[in-house]
Design a protein around this ligand. Structure first.
Ligand code: ZN
Length: 89
């Protein structure tokens, strides 16, 4: 998910040599990542309950742990040129 958050900020693209509005990732992805780790800490505190229910909660926790990959990818995106997708930052 990329959004042009500030349309007034224009950047000179080194690849296409034009002044373009960069496509910036959603700025709250890093907050989402921190919230993810907070949820993981809560799961650690609730480990006795989670381990007692191995049929539903353990697979749910595994799915939750798989979610860190896409969250890390989205949190690590950088601004790109809106014309040629060159990384600008
Ligand atoms: Zn460009």
């Amino acid at each position: 998910m990329q959004l042009a958050l500030d349309p007034t900020t224009r950047v000179d693209c080194p690849r296409c040599h034009q002044v373009v509005t960069p496509l910036r990732p959603w700025r709250h992805w890093k907050t989402v990542r921190m919230a993810y780790f907070g949820g993981l800490g809560l799961a650690l505190l609730g480990a006795p309950v989670i381990l007692a229910d191995g049929f539903v909660l353990i697979p749910t926790l595994m799915l939750y742990m798989v979610a860190i990959g896409p969250i890390n990818t989205l949190a690590g995106q950088r601004a790109v040129c809106s014309r040629c997708s060159c990384v600008l930052e």
